[in-house]
Design a protein around this ligand. Structure first.
Ligand code: PLP
Length: 361
């Protein structure tokens, strides 16, 4: 067996111990005589799995009692509509900060349902920074204020949160969930597609403050109403059982093997630092993001020669490091170094970059 280091932006690498455990439990989960993929979601065995996953997420992230945790489908992209359906129903106004494609998609979707306002953008420089926000430009009676916390494509991240006062702050944390501690009480709603840091594709996690529930637009489809899922323990219909099970194993890995989110953060900082330090002294490669807004999870970098970028991606793949091609809007390369990427994977990448620079610089 020869496993590669997968630098994909998502779906992405999962911890090897989780994959081993899942394979051990594949044919006969805890004496049930079946796999989690096959069992009834109404069974006692599965109920324990989903309850365990929720309890672990609450413990690992420190989610207070007055927040609901929902396990949904439809990807993070469905939340772009679900959020306005459920929340854009007071003043009908909402503020959006455009820091990349995901934030822009969310903004455009919300504009179909109400007065969505793009109050700041970093599009002028290919989203290579987080705009400085001035609370005087915020809409005081907005139903919510929306940010994309970590911008997967462009490699930027909010290091300080906007001060939105009474207006609930909503964040897309798809590509940074559980990468470091996060004060959940600062937010009205958090959501994440799980396929970057927590599980296979197919599971979307929503963490929502209870007082924000119950205000959905009257035309909200039943499946798009948070209340439907909150009242039914995420089992109004068949949940993504297998993904929830893997999510539980990943959360156990974070808690028991890593030691929680503070430790996770230390590891992620060490990995990112290794790569950024190399980029900052390199004469061939450079990072594309302003240093103060750099992401811990997604690191875009380029050489100034397209042919060389192509060569790099191809030679890295031949050496067991896959999915390093950058997003087409940035070009060059992007290394996504999510929780499950070991330090050794980044060391191997940096050693390869050093060699590549000597041979091609
Ligand atoms: C990947 C990603 C999405 C899209 O997720 P889907 O589950 O594919 O809809 C949205 N936002 C961010 C920040 C992402 O990284």
């Amino acid at each position: 067996m020869n496993r590669v280091y997968n630098f994909s932006a998502g779906p992405s690498q999962l911890p090897e111990s989780v994959l081993r455990r899942a394979s051990e439990e594949m044919l006969d989960y805890h004496g049930s005589g079946q796999s989690v993929m096959e069992m009834s979601h109404r069974s006692k065995t599965f109920q324990e799995i989903i309850d365990g996953a929720e309890a672990l997420l609450r413990e690992v992230m420190g989610i207070p009692e007055n927040y609901k945790v929902l396990f949904l489908q439809g990807g993070a992209s469905s939340q772009f509509a679900m959020i306005p359906y459920n929340l854009l129903n007071g003043s009908g106004k909402a503020d959006y900060v455009l820091t990349g494609q995901w934030a822009t998609k969310a903004y455009k979707e919300a504009a179909r349902y109400g007065d969505a306002r793009a109050i700041a953008s970093s599009k002028d420089k290919t989203f290579s920074y987080i705009p400085k926000l001035d609370p005087k430009t915020f809409t005081p009676d907005a139903d919510y204020f929306y940010i994309c916390m970590n911008n997967t494509i462009y490699g930027t991240k909010y290091h300080t949160l906007p001060e939105t006062g009474k207006v609930p702050l909503i964040a897309d944390i798809s590509s940074c969930i559980c990468s470091e501690p996060l004060d959940v009480t600062k937010f009205g709603l958090l959501f994440a597609g799980a396929q970057k840091n927590l599980a296979p594709a197919g599971l979307t996690i929503v963490i929502v403050r209870e007082d924000l529930l119950g205000h959905a637009r009257p035309d909200t489809p039943t499946m798009f109403n948070y209340v439907t899922h909150a009242e039914n323990g995420s089992m109004f219909n068949t949940p993504p059982c297998w993904c929830i099970y893997i999510c539980k194993l990943v959360l156990e890995w974070i808690r028991d093997e890593i030691g929680g989110l503070k430790e996770m953060q230390k590891r992620n900082v060490a990995k990112a630092q290794l790569l950024y330090d190399f980029l900052d002294q390199s004469k061939l490669f450079r990072g594309t993001v302003v240093p103060e807004d750099r992401s811990l999870m997604n690191v875009p970098f380029v050489t100034d020669d397209d042919a060389l970028n192509k060569k790099f991606v191809a030679e890295a793949e031949a050496d067991g490091m896959v999915n390093l091609k950058g997003h087409r809007t940035v070009g060059g390369m992007r290394a996504s170094i999510y929780n499950a990427m070991p330090y050794a994977g980044v060391e191997k990448l940096v050693a390869f970059m050093e060699r590549f620079e000597k041979e091609n610089g």
